[in-house]
Ligand binder design. Structure first.
Ligand SMILES: Nc1nc2c(c(=O)[nH]1)N[C@H]1C(S)=C(S)[C@@H](COP(=O)(O)OP(=O)(O)OC[C@H]3O[C@@H](n4cnc5c(=O)[nH]c(N)nc54)[C@H](O)[C@@H]3O)O[C@H]1N2
Ligand SMILES: Nc1nc2c(c(=O)[nH]1)N[C@H]1C(S)=C(S)[C@@H](COP(=O)(O)OP(=O)(O)OC[C@H]3O[C@@H](n4cnc5c(=O)[nH]c(N)nc54)[C@H](O)[C@@H]3O)O[C@H]1N2
Ligand code: SF4
Ligand SMILES: [Mo]
Length: 764
């Protein structure tokens, strides 16, 4: 829509776009002002009241996309490091530099000499979701890493083992009458592995309809503050607590897996496996009274509907895989898996593995098909844990990592033992980063290839709408055009950057045509869809379908195929009312595909047995470690946990002054009893030390944290030499990952335990 505005030749128009910053996927309404001869500017961002999912909700970050867009520190053009300084170059020169620097290195030392690290924003952006794999394949390295092993890998593993594909059940927030949240603070994070715009409002409505909210967190977080009950658990003991809850349900005859029972393997073995975990046995470890645990178990089992939901605090800890598994064990036992108001499965429009191939069976999930060179760490989902990255760079020998490609990641900030990783990156011979900023990590790069800002990108949440509490689809075209320099050089779209990088890495050279990749990839997707005898386009003529894609290029071409062959798709004309890209373009506020459906089991399962594997061998094998931990002293010696704030986003939004202004948010929270014992005052500096390092941070004395626990948020500490983040570098923050320990992990998943890290604290 375009309308003339009072100022003579200025026009304004409105555009709609999904916010790409966190997992909540809020709809934004953007006002764009245009004047002939000038670049259009976004003059206002507010919540899109007509968005089918977010209905107008946004958080303080959503309206700052213009600040990010206008940030003078944000790179628009590629830079190459010469004599220690970054200089702006043309795209051709940037890719030629990569070709000249990286390819000889790989020719001499083999493909494993380059490692690739994929970061979090890739999960929020269509081009990396689709084309990171081209870069990885072209590099041909087995040294693949991502932020997943400082995040959700345990949950991905348990979902894959139990259900056969990464089908993570999400709490049916809008209908449940009882919600137990462990290790998540949606009031700050707006939710994760549970896409729910206005998660806080949904919790309010749960309480308003008479439902109960229980929060399990060592801190009285903003979410815990508003809960009906808060259990201030000792960090790292969620598996103990959940095992005891399951135990009570089994021992007291409250378990009623009901409808899904016929589709479960191993249910009968659960009572014996969990026999040791009585509430009385785990109470000391968890720091929660046995009677409370017993009561909660009964409440969950007898509530009209109930869902247990665990997130970062249950994954990034010592028993992450067990805790992630037990969340779903409890959901099964309470009869709430795959049931309205319980823990349900999203049906994404782009065709998840659980909606492809023969319903109710599949090849299942394998891990450990390879091990890393130095630490012998098993591959999982095609990656090694980030724990293995520093040692692979440092350790000489055949297969040593000498070059790194990062795509939308800041591992030097986000991964454990940052100092070691920082030194490892500094020692690299070559490094490429696809990233808009010169930060802790990318300052080590040889070449930085900046993607355009979110306002210049089209968007579809390929990942997050597979974990949403409501089935939706929404496509947003780019709001602003790519910039063009006076000499005619144009910014590259992120997909063009990734595919040209893939072109270089595959030996096709710096000038390979990105579109050739896209056409080939879309065609092979059509071919496999036509081969799926259970899919909507089985046996169809691939040429005919390809012709229907017209001249779509880039991510749009791929997205159209995915939508049209997906569970709601138009099947290339066979279901005329179905989804296609064109249909989403006609619906800028999104398409509502309905509430989550109950009864997806057994069709959704992709296990070889066609059943839910309730007792996956690998996970059950880890129970010995849990049992052994019961013998620990579990005293109140200090451990470190993290936290998030709504005005911050991992490591990369601290350069936006409107978000960072105000009081210091990078403080160490500590209980008054601990503070008194240690001689710490509120606002005074504290020295925190762990096995790997130490930091000095401002103490915040608060009874909102459990004694024996301190909390420092991650993503701060941008004041390193060479970083070009002028606002962030001045912030009074420290990097908490100078304390977290790369060898303190959940061994089964390789996921780093960022929470529950032993530390000592004293006045500085
Ligand atoms: N504003 C904002 N939003 C974000 C992000 C951000 O940085 N800022 N990051 C995004 C990302 S990448 C993710 S993965 C999500 C994460 O989203 P959430 O999982 O909601 O993460 P947090 O808000 O950090 O809340 C985790 C809580 O776990 C608690 N905790 C720590 N250790 C334990 C433990 O051992 N057991 C239990 N039960 N609790 C524990 C912490 O005190 C904290 O309150 O948020 C996303 N959204
Ligand atoms: N102690 C502690 N550490 C943690 C956590 C914790 O709770 N506690 N949480 C962990 C979690 S859950 C996560 S997900 C990780 C995140 O770990 P990472 O993904 O490694 O780090 P981010 O801070 O998200 O940095 C994202 C990078 O992407 C760049 N970027 C931003 N937008 C784009 C884009 O559109 N395209 C491209 N190509 N690049 C872009 C940014 O400039 C930045 O360099 O951190 C983890 N680290
Ligand atoms: S909660 Fe905030 S950051 Fe997350 S999607 Fe919504 S507006 Fe964006
Ligand atoms: Mo994350």
């Amino acid at each position: 829509m375009t309308s003339p505005s009072p100022a003579s030749d200025t026009t304004t128009r409105t555009a709609f776009r999904t916010c790409p910053l966190c997992e909540a996927t809020c709809g934004l309404e953007l006002t764009i002002t245009e004047r002939p001869g000038s670049v259009p500017v976004v003059t206002r961002i507010r919540g899109d009241r007509d968005d089918v999912f977010s209905k107008g909700f946004i958080c303080p970050k959503g309206s700052t996309l213009t600040h990010f867009h206008d940030d003078p520190d944000r790179l628009r053009w590629p830079v190459v490091k010469r004599d220690g300084e970054f200089v702006e170059v043309s795209w051709d020169e940037a890719f030629a530099t990569i070709e000249a620097g990286l390819m000889p290195l790989l020719a001499e030392h083999g493909r494993d000499a380059v490692a690739v690290y994929l970061g979090n924003p890739g999960a929020h952006s269509i081009a990396p979701m689709l084309f990171n794999r081209n870069v990885i394949q072209a590099l041909g390295t087995r040294n693949r890493f991502s932020a997943s092993t400082v995040d959700q890998r345990p949950k991905e593993i348990t979902a894959s083992l139990m259900f056969g594909s990464v089908s993570v059940p999400v709490p049916d927030l809008d209908r449940t009458q009882y919600l137990m949240v462990l290790g998540a603070n949606p009031h700050a994070s707006n939710g994760s592995l549970c896409t729910a715009p206005d998660f806080p409002g949904r919790l309010d409505r749960l309480q308003a309809r008479g439902g109960k909210l229980v929060v399990v967190d060592p801190r009285r977080s903003e979410t815990a503050e508003r809960a009906d009950e808060h259990l201030a658990i000792r960090p790292g003991t969620d598996a103990h607590l959940l095992a005891a809850i399951a135990h009570v349900m089994l021992a007291e005859g409250l378990a009623r897996p009901d409808r899904v029972a016929p589709w479960c393997n191993g249910l009968d073995d659960l009572p014996a496996a969990l026999a040791a975990y009585t509430p009385e046995t785990v109470a000391r470890a968890c720091g929660i009274e046995a009677a409370t645990i017993r009561r909660i178990a009964r409440e969950i089992a007898t509530a009209p509907s109930a869902a247990v939901y665990g997130r970062i605090g249950t994954c990034t800890q010592e028993f992450g895989t067990l805790a992630s598994w037990l969340v779903d064990v409890v959901n099964i036992l309470s009869g709430n898996l795959d049931r309205e108001g319980g823990a349900m499965f999203t049906k994404g429009a782009v065709g998840q593995p659980s909606t492809k191939g023969k319903p109710g069976t599949g090849r299942g999930f394998r891990m450990g098909r390879a091990v890393s060179r130095v630490g012998q760490r098993p591959e999982i989902m095609g990656e090694f844990p980030v724990t293995a990255l520093p040692e692979e760079i440092e350790t000489p020998g055949d297969g040593q990592v000498r070059a790194v490609v990062t795509i939308g990641g800041n591992p030097v900030s986000s991964n454990a033992n940052s100092a070691r990783l920082d030194a490892a990156f500094a020692s690299l011979q070559f490094m490429v980063s696809v990233d808009p900023y010169i930060n802790e990590t990318t300052r080590h790069a040889t070449v930085i290839l900046p993607p355009p800002s979110p306002l210049q990108k089209s968007h579809y949440d390929l990942a997050l709408w597979n974990f949403a509490v409501h089935n939706v689809a929404n496509y947003s075209p780019a709001v602003l055009p790519l910039e063009v320099k006076p000499d005619g050089e144009r910014q590259l779209a992120e997909w063009e950057i990734l595919l040209r990088l893939a072109g270089v890495a595959s030996g096709m050279g710096a000038h390979a045509d990105p579109n050739a990749f896209v056409t080939g990839a879309a065609r092979s997707m059509l071919e496999s869809a036509a081969r799926d005898e259970f899919g909507p386009v089985f046996g169809r003529d691939v040429d005919e379908m390809e012709a229907m894609l017209g001249d779509l290029t880039g991510p749009e071409r791929m997205l159209d195929v995915m939508l049209r062959t997906g569970p709601y798709g138009d099947a290339f004309g066979a279901r005329p009312d179905g989804l296609s890209l064109a249909k989403l373009v006609e619906n800028p506020h999104g398409v509502d595909l309905g509430a989550l459906e109950a009864g997806r089991i057994p069709d959704l399962l992709r296990t070889p047995s066609g059943r839910i594997e309730v007792m996956p061998d690998a996970v059950v094998g880890d129970l010995d470690r849990l049992a052994a931990s019961l013998e620990r002293s579990w005293d109140d010696s200090m451990v470190l946990v993290g936290r998030r704030h709504v005005r911050s986003n991992n490591s990369w939004m601290h350069n936006i002054r409107v978000l960072t202004k105000g009081k210091n948010r990078c403080t160490m929270q500590i209980h008054p009893d601990d503070a008194a014992r240690l001689g710490l005052r509120d606002g005074a500096p504290a020295r925190v030390a762990s096995r790997v390092g130490e930091v000095v941070v401002t103490a915040e004395v608060t009874d909102g944290i459990r004694p024996g626990v301190v909390s420092i948020p991650h993503g701060f500490g941008q004041d390193l030499p060479g970083v070009r983040l002028r606002v962030a570098s001045e912030y009074r923050g420290v990097n908490t990952n100078l304390l977290t320990d790369e060898y303190f992990v959940d061994p089964l998943s390789g996921n780093i335990a960022l929470n529950g890290v032993p530390v000592s604290v004293q006045p500085a």
